[in-house]
Write a protein that binds this ligand. Structure first.
Ligand SMILES: O=C(O)c1cc(C(=O)O)c2c(n1)C(=O)C(=O)c1cc(C(=O)O)[nH]c1-2
Ligand SMILES: [Ca+2]
Length: 605
């Protein structure tokens, strides 16, 4: 089975969520250029009929476009020969009690299309395979249990005859894993947990490498957690997955350790003894067997909710005159990591957000961040406010995937520019209830450009920002770069923005009907290039607003939903409020609801 490889080799398609297995979100199409992008206009549009956050983007294979929605996770197959005509529609029936256990809105990051099937990971943990021609169900598999706080938001990835799905619920005491299902039968092939020992052994202490050495830890990191805390230790896998066919390795990251209160996860006063393995870690695994070839833990013993799940972009770049096969990761913690993707060797670790203050730098021998005591929520302790930590829990970058252009050798990165106050408190575990234990409030980075986002170009060999465009709100959409020299991103006000990849200069912008947290994709149909994006404000950055609520009502409803009858304990409510607070003026800029907008240059060909 090589249909994704085949489809992605044809640049007329947009065959997978990140554009290709390498996760580059780059298109070799060059009809739309820095000269004519100013003539882009709406070709057609389509309303999904679903409110709340629309993440991910349209997949195009041949004459068909596949789009998806947040809960209840509809899928539409649209006919490109009769734009907007629905070939088929899939509408799932899901238990609505799944909604309150979704931490960060009812988002879904899109479908995978391969082997004549469309794969959808539903919020209620159902992985469903649909016939790509008819939309009829081929098989279904159950990947988790929402009554225990498990949900699905990530896009599946198909590699050979397996489809990979993660799990969400790091705010609910879930134990994270990545699971492979057989694309033909829907049978589970393997499951690899992020924390503690696996049923099938997927980490080998003598073979799995970290920083050039076997991890050596026979207990697989269990002793880096107090008691049995690893069983509800988070490390969920809700981000993006990439794949290197030549090395036969699949790459993904693990999220925050549960709870957000570090004191509850400490085994010693010395923070270095409580790494909470393997949360906040990049995994490189053999997709056939699940075996972990190497790991790299970016934020051992997290104290700030810096989930390590962001996309791992595979690129071949020039470093000191040598062509290197690297993996580049823009982590929520504000550091951009360049690693050798075959071995996991750490080559570069630099801040891609100059305002990051929780660590001074990364020790290149050990790979560990040097944490600044003043911003250590563990050093300051429970029920104490740690003020002015940068970045906020939303991170310098959250789920919004970046882009790499092989033409310029640069990365184009949507980023956030927000700081926070963080007050951890003790919380007890109840299955299906929030397991957070922190009050967080967020606000624009002080003494900075005044906005809450930047769109930047990054040199991953040097570890340096090449240019940076300030934006009023967090840039929560996925980026696109193109051979035509134009990069695209969306804003929370709903603008689709086109910039010159050389210098970041704005070339064009268009106001779509709602805030953009989806990814901008491009394809050709009948020989002509189109640009497509889903609007629909939401996600963590637009939460509350996406539910059509005022700031106060939104926070209250959120709180009641995730933690009925409790004022202490959950803490997701206050964290949610923090995100709303950061963007409190957004409501006047955007409408709710999902809309697909497709653009073209009308007089082209
Ligand atoms: O730990 C988790 O399992 C988990 C899941 C999700 C999710 O599934 O969307 C998010 C987060 N954490 C999270 O920390 C976060 O900032 C976040 C933002 C978003 C979003 O889509 O805007 N989802 C999530
Ligand atoms: Ca999380």
């Amino acid at each position: 089975n090589d249909s994704i490889l085949k489809n992605e080799a044809n640049p007329n398609n947009w065959a997978s969520q990140l554009g290709n297995y390498a996760g580059q979100r780059y298109s070799p199409l060059d009809q739309i250029t820095t000269n004519n992008v100013k003539n882009l206009q709406v070709a057609w549009s389509f309303s999904t009929g679903v409110l709340r956050g629309h993440e991910g983007g349209p997949i195009v294979v041949g004459d068909v476009m596949y789009i998806h929605t947040p809960f209840p996770n509809k899928v539409f197959a649209l006919d490109l020969n009769n734009p907007g005509r629905v070939i088929w529609k899939y509408e799932s029936v899901q238990d609505p009690t799944v909604i309150p256990v979704m931490c960060c809105d009812t988002v879904n990051r899109g479908v995978a299309v391969a082997d004549g099937k469309v794969f959808l990971a539903q919020a209620d943990n159902t992985l469903v395979a649909l016939d790509a021609k008819t939309g009829k169900e081929v098989w279904k598999a159950k990947n988790g249990d929402h009554t225990k706080g498990e949900t699905l938001t990530a896009a599946p990835l198909v590699v050979k005859d397996k489809v990979f799905v993660g799990i969400s619920g790091g705010e609910f005491g879930v134990r994270g894993h990545l699971t492979a299902y057989d694309t033909n039968s829907g049978k589970m092939v393997w499951r690899a947990f992020s924390t503690g020992p696996d049923a099938d052994v997927k980490i080998d202490p003598s073979k799995t490498m970290m920083m050039g050495k076997p991890i050596g830890q026979k207990d697989l990191g269990v002793s880096t957690w107090p008691g049995e805390e690893w069983k509800r230790g988070g490390g969920t896998t809700w981000g993006w997955y990439t794949y290197d066919p030549a090395l036969n390795l699949i790459y993904y990251g693990t999220g925050n350790p549960g709870t957000w209160n570090p004191t509850q996860r400490a085994v010693d006063k010395d923070r270095a003894k409580s790494d909470n393995k393997w949360s906040m870690t990049i995994f490189a695994r053999d997709p056939d067997t699940g075996e972990a070839k190497w790991v790299y833990q970016k934020t051992p013993f997290d104290e700030w909710d810096f989930d390590g799940v962001n996309e791992n972009i595979l690129a071949d770049i020039n470093m000191n005159g040598q062509q290197r096969k690297v993996l580049v990761n823009f982590d929520r913690n504000g550091f951009a990591y360049t690693l050798d993707r075959a071995t996991g060797e750490l080559l570069v670790a630099q801040k891609f957000d100059p305002t990051v203050n929780w660590a001074t730098d990364v020790d290149m021998k050990t790979g560990r961040p040097n944490v600044v005591d003043k911003y250590s929520t563990f050093a300051n302790g429970e029920d104490k406010n740690t003020a002015a930590v940068c970045p906020a829990a939303l991170g310098s970058k959250d789920q919004q995937p970046a882009s790499f252009s092989p033409d310029t050798g640069l990365f184009y990165v949507p980023t956030n520019h927000i700081c926070m106050d963080y007050e951890p408190f003790s919380v007890s575990y109840t299955a299906g209830q929030a397991y957070v234990g922190s009050t967080v409030s967020m606000y624009p980075t002080p003494n900075s450009h005044g906005g809450m986002g930047n769109f930047i170009a990054w040199d991953a060999a040097a570890g340096k920002i090449v240019w940076s465009r300030p934006e009023r709100f967090a840039v929560w959409s996925g980026a696109l770069s193109t051979k035509g020299g134009v990069a695209y991103y969306g804003t929370l006000e709903g603008y689709l923005v086109a910039v010159d990849m050389k210098d970041g200069k704005e070339l064009w912008r268009f106001k779509t009907p709602s805030g953009i947290i989806g990814n901008i994709n491009t394809y050709t149909h009948n020989g002509k290039q189109y640009v497509a994006v889903l609007s629909g404000v939401g996600g963590w950055a637009g939460i509350g607003l996406a539910a059509g609520l005022t700031q106060e009502a939104g926070a209250q409803a959120w709180h009641n939903a995730v933690h009925p009858g409790h004022t202490e304990g959950g803490g997701v409510a206050t964290a949610g409020l923090g995100a709303v607070g950061a963007h409190q003026s957004l409501g006047e800029y955007t409408q709710l609801g999902g809309v697909l907008t497709v653009f073209h240059v009308p007089d082209q060909k």
